[in-house]
Design a protein around this ligand. Structure first.
Ligand code: NAI
Length: 483
């Protein structure tokens, strides 16, 4: 079997060489095709950080094992790491955080074992990177949470939890504030959970989760969450088990999967052969299991655990009284420990677990749509307008354009209602949301909204607008604070 390998930038080549040396010493039956990705490819003029040949190779082989990569700063380039995850729809980012003996943490010293798997949605949320300056003072970032995207990652989390004999799946969210977007994610979670009665399912608000993770991490098992919240919680969990040097990551899609360490290119130590290859090695071990090489995976993992237990370490962790090994020496120590059993017990072979690789060629872009349950009707629009005037003056101007079909419901500023009721203590910025609803929430056509838009544009610069939809009796838009 052949896989694509990109060594990456900074410490990437050093740690990738160390990991491949360990794989080769263990006779892992893989061939590696090196692909051109990373900062040096941006520098050669490829604006997405990879050559067309690299893209084709990865799409043909279905597996990318990659080192960390740097995205040039301040040139408007999108992160190569995010581009790769999104382009190939690796919708689930799985990160396993386990206590490693020999890696001292507050929890290992207190005898509290950590074994948490974070499944982070990997495509949507603010990572769409769709951002606009609406006025000189106001930036807008769009946050997409979709039903098919949420269902896809949540189903993966439950399937994975079942396979690894987990007891509990927890959905973390901020649905108390983002009632529509995080509310949708949470709704999808409980929809999927119904199909897995053997697993305990529950939910927790993200801030509460963070507090609970740093006090009793052993209470958690599998956690599934949206992209940005997942990003933050993953790094928090990395801290629980000893830092980024021990955090592996698998980006799972239906066709293409990417295995990489969580950490970056560590420019401060690059080229010195002192980086810790453990996170990339753990990612590689997860990849071997994904491909069905259970015996190689278990042998290498046992050797790694044994090595760590012996107090052998690189410069970034471990007992300071014992001199650190460099990257090459650390890889050599792991190789010399093949066949040894760690004191905490050998890792199970997991031979009965089927390989999860599912790569096959696609002819066209898969479209994900769920069934429409209720009838949709347009009942108004939000117009985001630029103004430095006081709310009552803006309201008077807006009302002139409402006509017979619409009424001005309210004005809000940064999400807080300032007209018809509000407080003079609410500070204003130069952008307001003028909400128009149809009289008696009767359905209106897009043309009616456009006519309203045209009228308003005579008085204001309209920075952005959104339709107000209703699905059946359910309002598909949020209320302003104080509305
Ligand atoms: P970083 O993870 O590269 O470094 C943070 C700190 O951790 C540094 O002190 C570094 O020396 C240390 N460190 C990281 N990995 C280590 C290892 N294996 N062994 C020993 N020490 C290690 O994060 P930073 O500095 O924020 O980012 C540097 C570059 O990496 C940026 O260009 C960023 O965009 C990129 N990056 C790439 C990622 C990827 O390819 N998936 C992920 C995160 C950052």
């Amino acid at each position: 079997m052949k896989i694509a390998v990109a060594k990456g930038d900074g410490i990437g080549p050093e740690i990738m060489d160390a990991v491949l040396k360990i794989f080769n010493a263990n006779k892992v039956p893989l061939e590696y095709e090196m692909v051109e990705m990373g900062k040096w490819v941006f520098d050669k003029g490829f604006s997405n950080g990879m050559t067309p040949h690299a893209k084709l190779t990865i799409e043909n082989l279905g597996i990318l094992f990659k080192g960390p990569m740097e995205t040039p700063k301040g040139k408007g380039m999108k992160s190569i790491n995010v581009t790769a995850r999104k382009t190939w729809n690796t919708y689930a980012n799985k990160r396993v955080f386990q206590t490693l003996y020999g890696v001292d943490t507050v929890f290992s010293k207190a005898g509290i074992p950590v074994d948490i798997t974070v499944v982070r949605e990997n495509i949507e949320d603010t990572y769409g990177g769709i951002e606009h300056m609406l006025t000189h003072d106001v930036a807008l970032s769009r946050r997409f949470i979709t039903r098919p995207g949420s269902l896809q990652v949540i189903k993966y989390a439950f399937e994975m939890a079942k396979k690894k004999n987990a007891k509990r799946v927890t959905c973390a969210h901020k649905a108390n504030i983002m009632k529509i977007s995080d509310g949708l994610f949470l709704e999808c979670f409980y929809e999927v959970a119904k199909k897995y009665p053997e697993l305990k399912s529950d939910d927790v608000i993200i801030d509460d989760l963070c507090m609970k993770l740093v006090t009793r991490p052993d209470n958690f098992d599998v956690i599934v969450l949206t992209n940005l919240q997942g990003d933050i919680v993953s790094d928090l969990c990395a801290g629980l088990v000893g830092g980024l040097g021990f955090a592996p990551s698998a980006n799972i899609g239906d066709h293409i999967c990417i295995f990489e360490a969580v950490h970056g290119t560590a420019p401060d130590i690059a080229g010195k052969n002192i980086a810790n290859p453990t996170a990339l090695l753990l990612s590689g071990i997860a990849m071997l299991r994904h491909l069905g090489f259970m015996k190689n995976a278990a042998e290498i993992e046992n050797a790694l655990l044994y090595t760590l237990e012996q107090g052998i370490h690189t410069g970034d962790f471990g007992e300071k009284t014992r001199p650190p090994l460099n990257t090459t020496e650390f890889a050599g120590a792991i190789i010399s420990n093949f066949g040894k059993t760690p004191a905490q017990g050998a890792k199970p072979l997991l031979e009965n677990m089927p390989a999860t690789t599912t790569h096959f060629k696609l002819e066209k872009n898969p479209l994900m749509v769920t069934e429409e349950m209720e009838q949709e009707k347009i009942v108004g629009a939000d117009f985001f307008i630029e103004s430095t005037e006081q709310p009552d003056i803006i309201a008077r101007k807006c009302e002139r354009h409402a006509g017979e079909k619409f009424k001005l419901i309210n004005l809000s500023n940064r999400g807080t209602q300032v007209w018809p009721t509000g407080s003079v203590y609410t500070n204003l910025v130069n952008q307001f949301n003028a909400r128009f609803e149809s009289v008696d929430t009767a359905p209106v056509r897009q043309q009616d909204i456009i006519a309203l838009y045209l009228g308003l544009s005579g008085d204001f610069k309209i920075c952005s607008s959104e339709l107000l939809n209703m699905w059946g009796d359910k309002r598909a838009y949020s209320l302003a604070q104080g509305q």
